[in-house]
Design a protein. Sequence first.
Length: 473
Amino acid sequence: MDNYSNPLDRKAEKKEAWKEKWRWGFVAIIVVAVSILLFFMVFRFTGFSDFWNRVISALSPIIFGLVIAYLINPIVEFWQKLFLKLFNKMKNERLARNLSRGIAIGLSLTLFVLAIVGLLWAVIPALVQSVSSVANNMPKYVETIVDWIENIKMPDTKWAKNIESTLTSMTTNLEKWLETNLLPQAQTYLTSLTTGVISVAKGIFNFIIGIIVAIYVLSIKDTLKGQSKKIIYAVCRPKHANIVLTTIRKSSDIFGGFISGKIIDSAIIGIICYVGCLLLKIPQPMLIAVIIGVTNIIPVFGPFIGAIPTLFLVVIENPVQALYLLIFIIILQQVDGNIIGPKILGNSTGLSTFWVMFAILIGSGLFGFLGMLLGVPIFGVVYYIIKQLVAYGVRRRHLSDNTVDYINADHVDPDTLEIIPIDPMAKERERQREIEEAKSVLVKKVEEKIAEIRSGDHSESNDESKDDETKDE
């Protein structure tokens, strides 16, 4: 009877074998698909890039909606909790919850749209006014520069005359360019302008559709959350699914904390900058405050990026006020970097200053301005995943996962798995040992040399004695 196995056991074994085959088959399909994708990305990059751009263009309203929903979700949750407290006396809890969520979504989207409209309302007129002012006052600026150069006490004023003649030549060339190039190509420029207007209209349309998508996403976010979790547990084992969900939550915390914190921080900096510009009587305070506030979203390099155009706007009108603005921006950014920013952001990304700069440089090099904005939170997620993998690896080998323990580590004892620290006197002892070995080698060589000399003297004395004996005979 022992030679015959149970049919149920054989059936279970076959079923488990087929499960294993299906699992490996699924892995093989994924590997092949990724390999094909990488091949097309590397060897057919142009076609893949065009296809990818078409996909992104088609999905841009959906992407807008998802981004808007993600950004205003904390505001929606805040208003929803507030309205739930107001509607808690209603008998129908589901109706109270749906009503509070609907009002919260509508109010949050209204505030979001009003903020964007207000931002554009503040920037566009000020920008148009600044450009018009620069264009209208350009001859006066040129004359001021030439007079300033001529009034410099120098042995020769040929420099000012040369600059004036150069500017006159540039003006003449500009007039010729307008007559010979600009006017004949007016049709081309008109076509480009039409294309630009169409692009702006398309962007507005995508934004409106994105608002609608955001409304739907925020309305059914609980259902979407449940479906996503169910898919993860359907694809992965419970242990691995738990790790995936933990990583997703941490990624959401990193992105949400960084983006919301940066928006609040930049808004505060913009308001302070506006008040400071008013007190210092700097021209275009609203435009300068908006530029400084928006570019402050970019970590580390944002203040420098925003300072360049704002200083240019002020220096053409009043160089002294430009100097005041430069000093004010430096002080403002120091206050933001050491007081305001740490209080609001804390350590949301878990990155040091070095890794923040690294993420910005890599992100800007690969994806431009968008990479500068999102490079830090994306790298923060990657850093967190790598950190967890490293911690899992050392814990699996029954080692410490505390980085401090490895700073002065010399080696790990393979038997006890104990981290052996570096002995500060080890190098000195090694040096002394090498010196002693060198001394012993030297002494040995000297002794050998002395022995050779003595043996040579002894052989010579023997030869002399033999010669004497020969003579005596």
